[in-house]
Design a protein around this ligand. Structure first.
Ligand code: 5GP
Length: 113
């Protein structure tokens, strides 16, 4: 499998505006933000899509959810933010390394497009 863009960001082969990092995950600003807050939270483990996560990834997925809230709060949007995971090209996924979009800072309508 060829290296994705996000693995290159993890390995610092391409630059990104990193807002959080620990041993298991990395969070950086989206290059094409759709809201005043738009960061991407990714596991360092290269899981292609959320549906590819296995039982052994349960703690990692939980870690990402907890960190997403923490990062939204740190960024000043703790009361109103949206988490989005696109699973598969048909749902708008373009980078095949699991990522959670954290969006906030503007009214977020429902249903999403
Ligand atoms: P997806 O469409 O797969 O759910 O989301 C991929 C996201 O990655 C998009 O929001 C896109 O703007 C972002 N993105 C694509 N290339 C880069 C890049 O080189 N750097 C950063 N920081 N974000 C990127």
């Amino acid at each position: 499998m060829s290296e994705t863009l996000f693995i290159k960001i993890i390995n610092r082969e391409i630059p990104a505006d990193i807002v959080y990092e620990d041993d298991d995950c990395l969070c950086f600003r989206d290059i094409n933000p759709q809201a005043p807050l738009h960061v991407l939270l990714i596991p360092k483990k290269p899981i292609q899509k959320v549906m590819d996560a296995a039982v052994e990834d349960q703690a990692l997925l939980g870690h990402l959810m907890l960190k997403a809230s923490e990062i939204a709060r740190q960024e000043g949007h703790g009361d109103a933010f949206r988490l989005v995971i696109n699973n598969g090209a048909g749902a708008g996924q373009t980078v095949f390394h699991l990522h959670i979009h954290i969006l906030g800072g503007r009214p977020l309508s429902w249903p999403p497009g």
